[in-house]
Design a protein around this ligand. Structure first.
Ligand code: FAD
Length: 486
């Protein structure tokens, strides 16, 4: 029986393992942590449960298809619900908006409270759909690194329509042309942060992202985001995949341009196929030390990182829902501080995720589990301890100001995740959340491919390689490898 080894049990690693098992391989997954999921894991703090990283579930069909591929019913493993409210937005000028999943309802909300209206939303979402229609087959579902990808009729059709993907102006410029109200420009600029980029630099092609939410929907697994990991691990195990935890892989072994296996615990383990799910930067640095690295691809600007406070909160805050954003007064200045000064702004945009609004068991009665996150630069040796201390004060002051509360006394327990601990826990270089940033229009072509010609049988999946970061794209990297192996 042919043998496949997956290094890393992040979501793309588990998906790759499932796909290889379905192909009939004997599959082993080697993971350095004691648990699966990488960024998609959970934290338990006193009687509170938190999803550690991702909080927004989009494109669930890419998870479902792993179950159907294996001849199973996804609902037997995990369930999720479609959200009617995507997010609540709070502005420093007192404006409060609810982004309803139903675009008509959202349009009415804008018309009632802002200088924007339904027609603007409709035009914007039409453009978002056009970008998706042109790009998804080319940029998301195939490798960009083989001629055969460009010989498909649908790829060629897309190439002829590239002028329409809005790659030559920034996302902010495009959004200013769609919306009269600056606050709605800000709302849609935020989508650049979904892959750790800067809307004042990134191409307007990133306006494809709202299509994921407003067309396909925003979802929440009924037992939280971590249940995606647990369900996929269970599926993999049902297919015979063996997980080896606390096993840090030390090298990828190859000979005469052909994969031989891995080195772990000083022992060589043979395989016909090796799929590396760890950050590609560390794959070269630590596991392929003798191979000249593709410097241009590896030295691209990293995506942003995050500072997260997991707070057990006493009291219920009815003005908040599952996803909440408290916007910075000056959004451009916030991105300048993050990207140019590589620091944390005094007035950051704050994201508060509260799963206990939907999943009662995530917090004790009368309490809530607040996941409070701000975007911060990737780690380049900043004085994080000082920055975190200051940021905590600014965040609390802003929440108190905007929600007209005094939340300090409500925080009954706390844990913190910052760029250093993200790198330590998940092996993400500099703690960046999504691999390279998408701050220029060539970014898609400057991500590492899912294979290399120098070593046959070696593949790369996950958020740091093509097609990019975020759960849906990480899952697509596993699908591309599946297609390449044939
Ligand atoms: P990773 O999660 O990066 O896991 C890699 C695994 O490899 C880890 O388990 C690590 O321990 C293991 N590993 C590393 N080195 C070795 C070694 N030498 N040997 C063995 N194992 C090793 N995405 C969304 O879709 N929606 C969101 O709302 C969202 N929000 C996010 C918020 C935060 C705070 C973070 C951190 C990420 C967020 N993301 C979000 C991004 C998403 O989590 C990632 O893109 C995705 O989970 C990456 O998965 P991956 O397959 O690349 O593996």
């Amino acid at each position: 029986m042919r043998k496949a080894i997956v290094i890393g049990a992040g979501v793309a690693g588990i998906a790759s393992a499932i796909r290889m098992a379905v192909k009939g391989y004997n599959v082993g997954v080697f993971e350095s942590n004691s648990y699966a999921g990488g960024k998609l894991s959970e934290i338990n703090l006193e009687s509170f449960r938190f999803d550690a990283g991702p909080s927004l579930f989009t494109m669930p069909q890419y998870v479902d298809e792993l179950f159907t591929l294996a001849g199973k019913n996804p609902k037997d493993y995990f369930e999720y619900e479609k959200l009617e409210e995507i997010c609540r937005y709070f502005y420093e000028d007192g404006l409060k908006l609810t982004a309803f999943a139903d675009a008509t309802k959202f349009g009415e909300e804008l018309a009632k409270n802002t200088n924007s209206n339904s027609a603007e939303i409709d035009n914007f979402l039409k453009k978002s759909k056009t970008i998706y229609d042109i790009t998804h087959k080319v940029f998301l579902e195939r490798t960009l690194h083989k001629v055969k990808s460009y010989l498909h009729w649908d790829t060629l059709k897309s190439v002829f329509r590239f002028g329409k993907i809005d790659a030559f102006r920034t996302q902010n410029k495009a959004n200013e042309s769609f919306f009269k109200d600056k606050r709605i420009v800000q709302l849609f600029n935020r989508y650049a942060t979904y892959n750790g980029s800067n809307p004042y630099q990134a191409p307007a092609t990133l306006n494809v992202i709202p299509h994921f939410e407003y067309h396909f929907g925003a979802f929440l697994p009924k037992k939280g985001m971590y249940s995606i990991t647990l369900a996929l691990v269970k599926l993999a195990e049902d297919l015979g995949v063996k997980f080896h935890f606390n096993q840090k892989v030390e090298a990828i072994n190859y000979h005469n341009k052909k994969i031989k296996g891995i080195l772990v615990g000083g022992e060589h383990i043979a395989a016909d196929v090796v799929i590396s799910n760890l950050d590609v930067w560390f794959t070269y640095k630590n596991l392929l030390k003798d191979l000249p690295p593709p410097k241009k691809l590896l030295n691209q600007e990293r995506s942003s990182s995050a500072l997260i406070f997991y707070w057990g909160i006493k009291n219920i805050h009815p003005e908040l829902n599952l996803h909440n954003i408290l916007f910075a007064a000056n959004y451009e200045a916030e991105f300048d501080t993050i990207w140019k000064e590589k620091s944390i702004p005094h007035d950051p945009t704050i994201y508060i995720n509260i799963t206990s609004k939907h999943i009662e068991s995530d917090a004790p009665e009368g309490c809530e589990n607040w996941f409070v996150m701000i975007n911060v630069p990737a780690d380049s040796g900043q004085n994080w301890d000082q920055l975190i201390k200051d940021a905590r004060q600014h965040i609390i002051a802003k929440i108190n100001r905007i929600l007209e509360k005094a939340i300090t006394e409500d925080i009954i327990c706390e844990e913190i995740l910052d760029p250093r601990s993200i790198e330590f826990k998940t092996g993400s270089y500099q703690g960046s959340l999504y691999g390279n940033s998408s701050n220029n229009q060539f970014a898609a072509f400057l991500r590492h491919p899912n294979f290399i010609s120098k070593i046959s049988g070696l593949y790369f999946c996950g958020g740091s390689v093509h097609p990019g970061g975020g759960i849906p794209l990480a899952l697509l990297s596993a699908k591309i490898i599946d297609n390449e192996i044939g």
